[in-house]
Design a protein around this ligand. Structure first.
Ligand SMILES: Cc1cc2nc3c(=O)[nH]c(=O)nc-3n(C[C@H](O)[C@H](O)[C@H](O)COP(=O)(O)OP(=O)(O)OC[C@H]3O[C@@H](n4cnc5c(N)ncnc54)[C@H](O)[C@@H]3O)c2cc1C
Length: 327
């Protein structure tokens, strides 16, 4: 679909072919269990026969030929520097570190999400969540557009918000490749990164990147939480924020209650739910507006300014219902 619709798909060429295989080995003692960097690539071996390996061949093998036991054995011998013998190939797949992204995710009525919009090496296991994030961002916008109550540029905001996130993940996967290159300087660089990860700040940085906690979508807005995934507040009633979002609507969470905020949410009845109550830890907030995809659209630590709240609601949820205009 991407090709048929003429989307530009740009990025970087592969440096290696990766293999994930399950094999039977005649002489398993030749291989040491665990991860090993070698002069031609890297392999990890889990006993009895699960092997992942990369050979820095410029991605030459991937998808060009059938994966045979002989070929896997030849690669494993080159990468491990042993003359290990494979007797059977049970399962095999190849992949590369080619990293490409569509320059925009929308062309008229065609929208891209997931691997159709971006591909990168599976190292670090980011691809699936990246696609799920696209789907969460896009789903409610499509629904609002189809219902006819979406603000004018809501659907275009999908590409604007998700393209930078995809670009970040592609660069994250490229950085991992840079740490795997079979050279002495790369090993030295990797040792420095390991030292940094061993510090509390380094561990926090890497954990937040891998889990996506540090992810912030550029939504514009004064509060530092805007554009971030809403904290999963535990409310006094025992429910969590995640449960309150399951009906696919936005959520105005009021650590109040405040009658004017309820009245304001009522004007977007059906599109924004209003929930009031205390939370176990409300992180200093007094109220927060959450989009159906779980991103914070607006938040405040002080007494809510109703005009500001209404502006944020209109920006993401369109015009208020006429029946409630006077409220
Ligand atoms: C070896 C490997 C390991 C990975 N490991 C991880 C990991 O640990 N963690 C992680 O998060 N990600 C991992 N990934 C990435 C992850 O698998 C992908 O990012 C994810 O599957 C993409 O989902 P998708 O729905 O966008 O695309 P796909 O999973 O490719 O789904 C697209 C579907 O559309 C179908 N389709 C295509 N064309 C048409 C058509 N014309 N009509 C109808 N149907 C069509 C296809 O058959 C396919 O079923 C890995 C990938 C690989 C290759």
């Amino acid at each position: 679909m991407r090709k048929a619709a003429g989307f530009a798909f740009v990025g970087t060429d592969p440096e290696f072919t990766g293999y994930s295989v399950e094999v039977e080995i005649a002489d398993p003692d030749q291989l040491a269990a665990g991860r090993h960097y070698t002069p031609t690539g890297m392999y990890t071996y889990a006993i009895p026969g699960i092997i992942a390996m990369v050979e820095f061949d410029g991605g030459a093998f991937h998808r060009t030929q059938p994966i045979t036991c002989e070929h896997v054995q030849a690669v494993l011998r080159r990468v491990s520097g042993t003359d290990v013998t494979l007797t059977a190939l049970q399962l095999a797949t190849t992949w590369t570190d080619r990293a490409c992204q569509a320059t925009a995710y929308r062309k008229g009525r065609v929208l891209l999400a997931g691997d159709a919009a971006h591909i990168h090496s599976p190292l670090g296991g980011q691809g699936l969540n990246l696609g799920l994030g696209d789907a969460m961002n896009l789903g409610w916008k499509l629904a609002a557009t189809i219902r006819g109550d979406a603000p004018a540029d809501l659907l275009d905001s999908y590409s604007r918000e998700r393209h930078p996130v995809g670009a970040q993940i592609l660069d994250w996967s490229r950085a991992q490749v840079a740490l795997m290159r079979p050279s002495r300087s790369t090993r030295a660089f990797e040792a420095i990164i390991r030292d940094l990860i061993a510090t509390p700040d380094g561990a926090t940085y890497f954990a937040e990147r891998v889990w996506g906690v540090s992810l912030c979508h550029e939504l514009g807005g004064g509060h530092p939480l805007v554009g971030r995934s809403a904290p999963d507040f535990e409310l006094a009633c025992g429910m969590r924020l995640g449960e309150l979002l399951r009906d696919g609507r936005g959520l105005l969470l009021d650590f109040g209650p405040r009658a004017p905020l309820r009245a304001l949410a009522d004007r977007w009845r059906g599109r924004i739910s209003y929930v009031a109550g205390e939370a176990r830890d409300r992180l200093g907030l007094t109220a927060v507006l959450v989009r159906p995809d779980g991103l914070v659209a607006w938040a405040t630590d002080i007494e809510p300014d109703l005009k500001e709240t209404a502006r944020a609601a209109a920006r993401w949820f369109g015009e208020p219902d006429a029946a409630y205009q006077g409220a």
